[in-house]
Design a protein around this ligand. Structure first.
Ligand SMILES: [Zn+2]
Ligand SMILES: [Zn+2]
Length: 313
């Protein structure tokens, strides 16, 4: 499914009566956070975040025609008329809950064990402010290519943008998107070597490909479309007098700076809600007016493309 179609389908789903509960506080919800576990965002928290983003977009130092346009759009988002902006914390939360619900159902109906995978490719780098129409086009292509090479037919996830910085300025701050996804464990394990080759670690000691068995917790699905974005600040390793490592963690997550948050919001709004989704070998389909995430074989995907390209008879 191309990006335009996916955006259209997503807005149809999110504005349908079926989806109104996604904007509320019913299931799905989950526990998130590594150091400080807390429940996933409640609706009033997403609304608070949206109001805060609107305020920030209107700060005198930030404000311009573009930010004002986005601020007005987010401000007008209501239960009667959803804005469906890729930057809206309220609509983004609903899209995340939709993704969790559909993916959870798909995993339950699949006999296979799944793994989570995170990939941090160089092609995921971006600059802020961004002039790109689709912030995730390059990383999407790079990962599709690598999946072709590595024989991965099923990968379900999303793009998570952030900003990398070094505490001493050892490298220039830059945007970096990672893919967070789930795929059948056997495929992930046999693909690992090829993926590492396709996405070599450079400079920073960060692992570019990380595969772990999926523990079944909804957070492992939800993380793909998380709505809080971070600044990863690299910190040199601390050692004691004998050279033993005192501090292992070499990055800290901080909130984005206000200007970064606003620049990212503009880029996400331009890219659209659907652009954060990465669906390979799976499609959202409507069944009895309800959306379902369904596995589609790669061959069938190819045939469907051909059928679509054929002129109508
Ligand atoms: Zn501006
Ligand atoms: Zn909205």
């Amino acid at each position: 499914m191309n990006k335009k179609k996916l955006d259209k389908l997503l807005s149809e789903i999110l504005t349908s009566p079926w989806a109104s509960e996604l904007y509320e506080d019913g299931w799905p919800y989950w526990i998130q956070g590594q150091q400080h576990a807390k429940p996933s965002k409640w609706s009033h928290e997403a609304e608070r975040d949206r109001n805060e983003l609107v305020r920030r977009l209107r700060r005198p130092a930030i404000r311009c025609d573009e930010t004002e346009k986005l601020a007005a759009k987010l401000e007008a988002c209501s239960s009667i008329d959803r804005c469906l902006s890729g930057a809206c914390p309220v609509c983004g939360r609903a899209a995340q809950k939709l993704f969790v619900k559909l993916t959870h159902a798909l995993l339950r109906s699949d006999q296979r064990i799944y793994s989570t995978i995170s990939i941090v490719p160089r092609k995921g780098r971006f600059t802020l402010p961004s002039t790109k129409q689709d912030l995730f086009r390059r990383i999407r292509k790079a990962i599709e290519f690598a999946c072709d090479d590595a024989g991965i037919d099923v990968l379900i996830g999303g793009f998570d943008p952030g900003v990398n910085e070094h505490i001493n300025g050892a490298f220039a701050p830059h945007g970096q998107t990672q893919l967070w996804a789930l795929g059948p464990q056997l495929q992930m394990i046999s693909a690992e070597k090829i993926l590492r080759k396709a996405f070599p670690a450079k400079g920073a000691n960060r692992r570019t490909v990380r595969i772990e068995e999926f523990d079944g917790q909804l957070n492992g699905i939800a993380y793909a479309l998380k709505s809080d974005f971070f600044r990863r600040v690299s910190i040199p390793k601390a050692r004691d007098d004998d050279g033993n490592v005192l501090r292992r963690r070499d990055t800290r997550n901080r909130d984005l700076r206000v200007s970064q948050q606003c620049d990212l919001a503009l880029a996400l709004d331009r890219a659209g809600l659907g652009s954060r989704l990465f669906l390979r070998g799976a499609e959202i389909q409507m069944e009895d007016a309800e959306p379902r995430l369904t596995l589609v074989t790669r061959a069938r995907t190819a045939r469907m493309t051909k059928a679509r390209d054929r002129p109508p008879s």
